[in-house]
Design a protein. Structure first.
Length: 83
């Protein structure tokens, strides 16, 4: 992670997306229905929780602030909401 990102600079989201897309679905399955917080480079999940409030508390307890992670909700790809 660059110093700029650690100091609250704008993260390189293209790098995040490229790395995030390399994570196999099998690694994400345990997080279905959960909110997760990714490292800014998209290489790992640092916390997860069933709701945003709990995720925020977990991040705070671990010493992270919102600008140091990327939040995502992990949907179940097998569920479809289209008729």
């Amino acid at each position: 992670m660059s110093d700029k990102n650690q100091q609250g600079g704008i993260p390189d989201l293209s790098r995040f997306l490229a790395n995030r897309d390399l994570i196999p679905w099998e690694k994400l399955q345990p997080y279905v229905g959960q909110y997760v917080a990714w490292t800014l480079d998209g290489t790992r999940i640092v916390a997860s929780a069933p709701d945003r409030e709990t995720l925020g508390l977990k991040l705070q307890q671990a010493g992270f602030n919102s600008s140091q992670v990327v939040h995502e909700y992990v949907d179940n790809p097998e569920l479809s909401f289209h008729g």
